[in-house]
Design a protein around this ligand. Sequence first.
Ligand code: GTP
Length: 262
Amino acid sequence: MVDETESVRALRLGVAGPVGTGKSSLIATICRALAGELRIGVITNDIYTDEDARFLRSAGVLEPERIRAVETGACPHTAIRDDITANLLAAEDLERDFAPLDVVLIESGGDNLTATFSPALVDAQLFVLDVAGGGDVARKGGPGIGRADLLIVNKTDLAPYVGVDVPQMVADALQARDGRPVIALSRTDAESVAALRAWVLGVLDAHRQGEHVPQDPGPMAPHFHADEEHPEGGYVHSHDEEHEHEHPHPHPHPHAETVAGR
Ligand SMILES: Nc1nc2c(ncn2[C@@H]2O[C@H](COP(=O)(O)OP(=O)(O)OP(=O)(O)O)[C@@H](O)[C@H]2O)c(=O)[nH]1
């Protein structure tokens, strides 16, 4: 009998969120929870290093060859949204080298609140916040918080130490997201890991059935780029086509350059 799942391209899942919120750890958690039943590959994006890939390889959650690094140059969000070539090539290489894969997880470089993946690169995306970033972050909104397919409120085990009310933070997030899903996660809380596992399996099933439609959370909000050579120490920049040429300073984003670890 032909297994229909074999003919469908791997589900590509993006993981974005501010620096240090736990994106690599979350990918390790997904791999631990699902590597026994799914064929998984991972692509990491770092600015100048392959540190996240090395962390994941050393975590021993997947064969090291299934974890590849894209070095993005100065602006990590560019490689997941504006010029996705390096990531697409890395995903296609991984899918070809380990065919058939069920899921390819793509971690964005740690950035700010505004970075989101292009729906041309990923089928669905998770946005990761953590309680240590403050209970009010979920209320601040932005494309990832508001419209990613899943919002993770991470490191809930730290909530008592940083004085954050997790149910309130989740309620604020649900309100900011018009009811789209939110999972309060700690890698030490088995129930929350089970909820994450069930969400991934649900999206994979919808993807295989042809019922999943990739959503675009929207372009990055205007944001500040520090630049020592600029008279004001930096400039506000937008990735919105309409505004892109309003800035007096040339666009500094180098294109994603290297696909390392191949
Ligand atoms: N207490 C606790 N710490 C966590 C949890 N998940 C991750 N961490 C810690 O948070 C720190 C940052 O985790 P990473 O997974 O490296 O975060 P990241 O978002 O990938 O970081 P960048 O790639 O630098 O943006 C590490 O010290 C992790 O051990 C969690 O559930 N609970």
